[in-house]
Structure formats: structure tokens, C-alpha cells
Design a protein around this ligand. Structure first.
Ligand code: F6R
Length: 366
């Protein structure tokens, strides 16, 4: 049932081209200049009345949510607050009829996320759920649904569901921007063409698994790992750090690259690994100067960069390249090396990668 793979986690990582395709393609028919979202009834008029969006989820689903926050604010120009459900539900947030809440959940059963959804509905908000399990509690209680077609996820650590959640966020961002007139047809078609290419590009990153395994072996004894980036890269770094913690039990932290010098740089020494994500062209120089500061303090740097950028090789110890794509969509591609890295560090250390200690697949108690 593991389809020839050693573990479910690896199998699920390798399913991601299909998952991204299944989530995107039925919603992007070539003969229509719109996104087809069958289970979203929210009308253009209702959307125009929305003045604030909350994105609420837990864990990996939350990290997909914060990528969505960046995309929605930047492209659709609506203010977005993203928050973990366990905080949101207890802080008496401002909710009214002009509030849109987007919740994300693989299982559709996470207790805190479900409670946050109920709180939003009580306050009169409209709720869209991005959810993987059809008929789950969150799917049943939300007003609108965008299903992620990731299929059952068996490994405790979430991998393919995150990619599907990001794909869903790309769709929802384009949909809202189109409805609000903040994206024109020309712009949409360009993005759609790029989305059509994405599953193939996912496979190109997966083809680097052997190389990433060698890098995992090289850095397996790192004492502390920082994942750093700016903008969307910073959002993606959070998921990379979580994956390493939960399956490899290696202490790691995500950090906004510009914040390193405000404290954590004190921890950099020769046993520290910094994974630097540098896919966002307009922030590239800024992050690279932070990576140079790490090197100057004897830290090791592994970069995730965009193909064609050979300059970075002069600065860092190792580079994993991802294919070029639109800046919005590099989030899926940049995360795949992080998943593989965590997987290979975990298995090199002999851990039970599919069932990490202390973790449950679905957290139905708070
Ligand atoms: C991490 C992981 C968890 C879940 C979180 C939310 O790999 O799996 O952080 O993402 O418990 O679960 P769902 O998405 O089912 O609401």
C-alpha cells in the first residue's frame, strides 16, 4: 500500500504533482476566463461588501494560510489577518457581517479550527473552508467549500495536503481579485498558463530527491537549524522548520531574514545550519546580505534558489534550485526540498518518520 516507497511520507511527497494537478485543473477550464469553484456561492456583490478577511487554522494548514494572506492582500487588496485557531477563538476578535473567514484543514475535524469557525458564524461572518475530507465537520458547517483533492494523507506529518492548500489559495486569490476587478483577464490568463505548468515543475523538483538525501546526510548533525527568508519565502520557511522539528526532532526555528541581527544571530556557530529561501526576486539582495552575515560567523548555509541564479553559489555552501515560475507560485516548489530534507534527516537518524513521537494525525481535542 506504500506503492513501493519505504514510507507513507515519501509516497505522499511524490504524489504532489498529481495532487496539485487535481486541485487546480478542474477549476481552470481553458475555454473560460474565470475560475470554476462549484461549492463557493459567495456572490460578487457579497464579496464587495467584505472589508476584512480572517484566515484561521492550525499547524501546517495555518502555514498554508499565511501564504494566502500575502497573496490576498497583495493581489486582491483586501486586509487579511491570519491567526492560529487556538488564539483566535479566545481573544474576542472583531467579527461582523462584512467579515469573511477562510479556514483551512486537512482533516476537517481539528477542534480549535472548528470552534473558530463557529465563533465566526455566530458573529455573522461568512465562512469559506479549504478542506480535504468530504463530509467532515468543517466541510458541513462552512458556508462555502473549496476542496483540496489531495486524497487520504496517512503519514502524520502533512505534506501533500499543504501543497493542495497552497494551490487552493492560488485559486481563491485569483477568484477574489477577478470578482473585485483587481485583476484583468490578461493578467489572469498569464497566471493560468503558469498554473498549467506547475505539476510538471513539481516533478522537476522531486527529481532532485537523491541530491537532497546527500545534503541531509551532510547536515544531519546540525545542532540548530534556522529557516530564513523574506516575504513569501519567510512564510514557506515556517513550514520547513515545522517539518524538521516534527519528524527529525532537530531543533529549528523559522525567522524573517531581516530579524536575524536583532537577536538570533548570537546563536550562529559552526554547528548551526541556516536554510535560506531566496525565490523572491525583489527581496533577493536583502536576504543574500543576511546569508553573508551568517557565513561571516561560521554558520553553514543551504540555499533554495531559482534556477539560473548561479551568483548565489559564491555566497552559500550548497544550493537546491527550483524551476522559474511566477513569484506567487514558487511557494509550492520551494517547500518540496524542505519536505525531502526533513524526511531524509529523520530516516538517517532512524526515527519513525510516519508516526513521529507525541503527535496525532487529527487533533480533535483542544
Ligand atoms: C503538521 C501537521 C499538523 C496539522 C494540524 C492541522 O505536519 O500535520 O500541524 O497541519 O494539526 O490539522 P488539519 O489540517 O487536519 O486541521
Amino acid at each position: 500500500e506504500k506503492g513501493g516507497y519505504d514510507h507513507f511520507m515519501l509516497k505522499e511527497i511524490f504524489e504532489q504533482a498529481k495532487v496539485v494537478k487535481d486541485t487546480l485543473m478542474p477549476r481552470l477550464p481553458e475555454d473560460q476566463n474565470r475560475i470554476v469553484l462549484d461549492d463557493i456561492k459567495l456572490s460578487k456583490k457579497e464579496l464587495e461588501n467584505i472589508n476584512k478577511i480572517y484566515i484561521v487554522a492550525c499547524g501546517t494548514a495555518y502555514y498554508a494560510g499565511i501564504v494566502g494572506k500575502y497573496l490576498l492582500e497583495r493581489i486582491a487588496r483586501v486586509p487579511v489577518v491570519a491567526e492560529v485557531a487556538s488564539e483566535f477563538r479566545y481573544r474576542d476578535p472583531v467579527i461582523d457581517e462584512n467579515t469573511l473567514m477562510i479556514v483551512l484543514s486537512q482533516s476537517g475535524e481539528t477542534a480549535d479550527t472548528l470552534a473558530a469557525l463557529r465563533l465566526a458564524k455566530q458573529g455573522g461572518a461568512r465562512v469559506i473552508a479549504i478542506v480535504n475530507v468530504v463530509g467532515s465537520s468543517i466541510a458541513r458547517e462552512a458556508d462555502d467549500i473549496l476542496y483540496t483533492w489531495a486524497g487520504p494523507e496517512i503519514a502524520v506529518a502533512s505534506t501533500k495536503a499543504y501543497s493542495a492548500q497552497l494551490a487552493a489559495m492560488y485559486l481563491l486569490t485569483c477568484h477574489i481579485a477577478l470578482e473585485l476587478g483587481r485583476m484583468n483577464e490578461e493578467e489572469f490568463k498569464e497566471l493560468r498558463d503558469e498554473l498549467y505548468q506547475l505539476p510538471r515543475k513539481v516533478n522537476r523538483v522531486l527529481n532532485k530527491a537523491e541530491r537532497i538525501k546527500r545534503l541531509a546526510d551532510k547536515y544531519v548533525n546540525s545542532k540548530n537549524v534556522f529557516y530564513v527568508g523574506r516575504g513569501l519565502d519567510y512564510m514557506v520557511s515556517m513550514e520547513g522548520s515545522l517539518k524538521l522539528k516534527e519528524v527529525a526532532y532537530v531543533h529549528s526555528e523559522p525567522y524573517a531574514a531581516g530579524e536575524l541581527k536583532h537577536g538570533p544571530i548570537a546563536l550562529i556557530e559552526d554547528t548551526t545550519l541556516v536554510v535560506g529561501i531566496v525565490t523572491q526576486a525583489e527581496l533577493y539582495d536583502k536576504t543574500v546580505s543576511n546569508l553573508k552575515e551568517v557565513k561571516a560567523r561560521n554558520g553553514k548555509v543551504l540555499a533554495i534558489a531559482v534556477k539560473g541564479n548561479t551568483e548565489i553559489e559564491k555566497v552559500v555552501d550548497d544550493v537546491i534550485y527550483i524551476p522559474q515560475t511566477h513569484w506567487m507560485f514558487s511557494s509550492i516548489l520551494a517547500n518540496i526540498p524542505q519536505q525531502l530534507f526533513a524526511y531524509y534527516v529523520s530516516t538517517a537518524l532512524g526515527h519513525d518518520v510516519d508516526k513521529p513521537r507525541n503527535l496525532a494525525k487529527s487533533v480533535t481535542v483542544e
